[in-house]
Design a protein around this ligand. Sequence first.
Ligand code: DHK
Length: 148
Amino acid sequence: MTAPIFVINGPNLNRLGTREPEIYGRATLADVEATCREAAGERPLRFLQSNYEGEIVEWIHEAIDAGAGIVINPAGLTFSSVPVIDALKMSARPVIELHISNIHRREEIYHRSLVSRVATAVIAGLGPAGYPAAVAAMAGLLDRGAGR
Ligand code: DHK
């Protein structure tokens, strides 16, 4: 069976397109989803967004149970959420941490990612194009049988 990919988006990403466009661009979340589905081709893909930590944790559990690779933009939860990190640690499949912006060139509060400590790889600063890049990279990792 072709392992699925879950793309999970955190708080405020539902506002892409109008939220600080000078940082995040003008593509909407729906635009971003379309690029992910194009990159995934026939591979099953779940594209999700929530402003609630618990819902994101439950989607990570669902991804793990489905044997899925996880592409996650935790947004602001990146820097604070132990529950998200604890859930990601349970994944036997790759986890790619994704940020539209280069968080290391931004304000100090964005410099210390808790998620990077458990992620297989990190993509930051490619803009919305980072999403299809992450999906394509994840497909390659899954096809090679890579673990987290
Ligand atoms: C998105 C957010 O909402 C911020 O909280 C992160 C990330 C950066 C992004 O660049 O996609 O710090």
